[in-house]
Design a protein around this ligand. Structure first.
Ligand SMILES: Cc1cc2nc3c(=O)[nH]c(=O)nc-3n(C[C@H](O)[C@H](O)[C@H](O)COP(=O)(O)O)c2cc1C
Length: 209
């Protein structure tokens, strides 16, 4: 046994790996109710969207589309979400708290990004892979936001997946999709939240060689 203290690996590669591990494991969902009213600067939004655009894409279709709501646009979005909820929910299942939240939530984040998937005309790439690519783009946005200390939340209420929402966003082709809303802002709390996950070993199968 040596008495030498354990020294952290400070070579560039170890530092890069440590940074990637920390960013991926400390990315957190922080919901609009926990966001402050501090604005998102254009350069921060531009960086987040640029990184989204670097998601992997089978066949280079780049199917992600982003619709940016800020200011009063968020109110129009909230109003539309409420009217759509009333329209598609059977009367006996309508919940006042859900209706309320759909209208109020967009106003609690400085930026709301509706996430779209644009279907490739020739449909060479399977639809599921286009959805997967958009999910990768959202993860890029979320990681970038966390790296900047920003609060972010991917929300997918059932109204997201309706034809009405798709068309309202301007996704004209019925094969396109809205894949929910990415809320972006700054955390109210000074303390960054902790996450939890089950053990990865429960999700791994070592296939016999
Ligand atoms: C595709 C997708 C859709 C999601 N939709 C919702 C949602 O509608 N409502 C919600 O509360 N959280 C939603 N989440 C966020 C999860 O609740 C969140 O990722 C989870 O609680 C783990 O927290 P973390 O992101 O901080 O690790 C969604 C996440 C993904 C990947």
């Amino acid at each position: 046994m040596s008495d030498e203290p354990e020294v952290p690996n400070l070579d560039p590669q170890s530092l890069r790996i440590a940074a990637a591990n920390a960013l991926i494991r400390r990315r957190r969902t922080i919901k609009p109710k926990d966001m402050s009213d501090k604005p998102v600067e254009p350069i921060q939004l531009a960086t987040i969207l640029e990184n989204a655009n670097w998601a992997p894409t089978h066949g280079m279709t780049e199917p992600w589309r982003f619709f940016i709501f800020s200011g009063e646009g968020r109110e129009r979005l909230g109003n539309f979400c409420q009217s759509l909820y009333s329209k598609i929910t059977p009367e006996t299942e309508v919940r006042a708290d859900k209706f309320e939240k759909l209208g109020a939530q967009p106003m609690m984040a400085p930026i709301v990004i509706a996430v779209g998937m644009k279907r490739q005309d020739i449909e060479k790439i399977p639809e599921i892979e286009e959805i997967e690519a958009v999910a990768c783009a959202v993860q890029n946005m979320h990681l970038t936001a966390s790296a900047m200390g920003m609060a972010a939340f991917w929300s997918t209420p059932p109204i997201s997946y309706t034809d009405e929402m798709r068309a309202w966003l301007g996704l004209e082709d019925p094969r396109d999709k809205c894949l929910g809303f990415f809320y972006l802002g700054w955390p109210k709390e000074e303390e960054w939240p902790e996450g939890t996950r089950g053990d990865v070993s429960d999700k791994i199968v070592q296939v016999p060689s």
